[in-house]
Design a binder for this molecule. Structure first.
Ligand code: SAH
Ligand code: SF4
Ligand code: F3S
Length: 447
């Protein structure tokens, strides 16, 4: 490659989960310390980072077509952008990307992006750079301080996964489970709140596997961290995602009854309602043990909204087994869910299992599942009518004078009243649609 001028502007395009969004923000902060600025809207950036996701099919193909598009757009604008591929596709297919896409200068995995500045220097000098090492804690130590974001901020507390569900790439792309130290998390949270965050969403591939030592040197799980975060003045709301049924403990369940700032919302994926399928998925729980956990959360916090993830068409899934998934949906009465067609991922055990399901069967099952989930979501929203709650204002609505934000149950709520982004506004929920609710304002609480 030819040497190029150091980039002045960047753009980070993040795909996939919230942790990728968090990583994208951290990479942007890192570039900021190098004096590289976000590219103005509508302008081609000197450096583009594709922060990729590998969870489902066509991830890699999408990366190659994005690279092609960037090269073309650069040509039209009379420049040659530096292209970096980050995230989980970079981790899984870094070498192939370097071989297949000569336009790419940098391949950097999710646990190595703190080294981006050095890699950038190398790329500017005309050499290509790859780093897919996995020293996760080193990454966090090497990153600059957080910068101001919106009223709701992400905070990665735990990374990686040791569960090895047979369909999933995450244990390979993110590595083993690690927990960031308590003191670092409290410091990062304080900084976010000082910069205006009202809500913090704690992130982890298995967030409830977080463990550490508190400021008094006592071993504690996620509940201990939540109790400590709740003491930060100015922080109004705490959330966490995503939990694994195998890592639940009594203290976390109890925290939902004890900590006002902890929002009544639990994202606890079950994937399937059938025990044979759950075993083949290596989920390490049954439908029954999952339901018992939900029951305990509801006992601690009766109004808690339950969310989940589902996969239809796992290899060998019969119609009767799929029917068990529909049954568990009816039993839990989910407030919100994500549901996917099974996608064989290279290198995972399920990809080579017998009984791969035909695409048309998957499409049909997904449709039936999504219809059922939508009905429950609508019912949950309808049942919220008449409740009074706070809304954290995140943006302006479609019409002038309208504001949009989230209820404690993570529903989108819009209202019309004087307000500003970051306000916590008390509303009474007056009408509900499938995906949002209308609030009527009684008073604006001081921010
Ligand atoms: N760690 C979290 C989420 C991991 S990925 C957990 O265990 O719950 C997010 C979701 O993507 C999963 O919950 C699952 O529903 C879905 N998913 C993961 N691998 C998949 C695959 N190969 N095909 C289809 N969906 C998949
Ligand atoms: Fe993937 Fe299972 Fe780990 Fe979740 S728990 S990240 S689905 S392997
Ligand atoms: Fe995707 Fe990696 Fe997240 S595969 S879902 S970006 S952990």
């Amino acid at each position: 490659m030819k040497p190029s001028a150091p980039p002045k502007t960047y753009r980070v395009k993040s795909f996939g989960c919230q942790m990728n969004v968090y990583d994208g923000e951290r990479m942007a902060e890192l570039l900021g310390t190098r004096g590289i600025a976000p590219a103005p809207e509508g302008e081609e950036a000197d450096l583009v980072i594709l922060n990729t996701c590998h969870i489902r099919e066509k991830a890699a193909e999408k990366v190659y077509s994005d690279i092609g598009r960037l090269v073309l757009a650069g040509k039209e604008a009379g420049k040659k952008p530096l292209i970096a591929v980050a995230g989980c596709v970079a981790q899984a297919e870094g070498e192939e990307i370097m071989a297949r896409a000569p336009a790419v200068s940098i391949v950097v995995g999710p646990q190595a992006y703190h080294r981006l500045p050095e890699m950038l220097d190398k790329a500017v000098s005309g050499k290509r750079a790859t780093d897919t090492d996995m020293p996760a804690i080193a990454k966090f130590d090497a990153l600059p301080a957080r910068r101001k974001r919106g009223p709701s901020a992400f905070l990665t507390v735990q990374e990686g996964c040791d569960k090895f569900c047979t369909y999933c790439v995450v244990p390979y792309t993110r590595g083993a489970e690690i927990s960031r130290p308590f003191s670092h998390l409290i410091a990062e949270a304080r900084k976010l709140v000082e910069d205006g965050a009202k809500e913090i969403m704690l992130l982890g591939q298995n967030v409830n596997a977080w463990a550490g030592e508190d400021d008094k040197g006592r071993r504690t799980g996620l509940a201990g961290l939540i109790h400590a975060l709740a003491k930060i003045d100015g922080l109004a709301r705490i959330r966490y995602t995503t939990s694994h049924p195998g890592d639940m403990d009594d203290a976390l369940i109890a925290a939902h009854g004890e900590v006002d700032k902890l929002m009544p919302y639990l994202h606890l994926p079950v994937q399937s309602g059938n025990d044979r399928v759950l075993k083949a998925m290596n989920r390490q729980h049954t439908a029954e043990s999952y339901l018992r956990i939900i029951e305990r959360f509801r006992a601690a916090r009766p109004d808690i909204a339950i969310a989940g993830d589902f996969i239809v068409g796992f290899p060998g899934e019969t119609e009767a087994e799929f029917a068990d998934t529909l049954s568990i949906v009816d039993e839990v009465r989910y407030a919100a869910c994500f549901s996917f067609k099974y996608s064989p991922r290279p290198g995972t055990p399920a990809a080579t299992m017998d009984g791969q399901i035909a695409p048309e069967v998957m499409i049909d099952r997904l449709q039936r599942l999504q219809d059922r989930l939508a009905a429950h979501q609508y019912a949950f929203n309808q049942a919220s009518i008449g409740k009074t709650c706070t809304v954290l204002v995140e943006r302006t609505g479609r019409d002038p004078g309208q504001w949009l934000g989230k209820s404690p149950w993570l529903q989108s709520v819009w209202f019309e009243a004087p307000a500003a982004i970051g306000d916590l506004v008390e509303v009474t929920l007056a009408a509900a649609g499938p995906n949002s609710l209308k609030g009527l304002v009684r008073e604006t609480l001081p921010a």
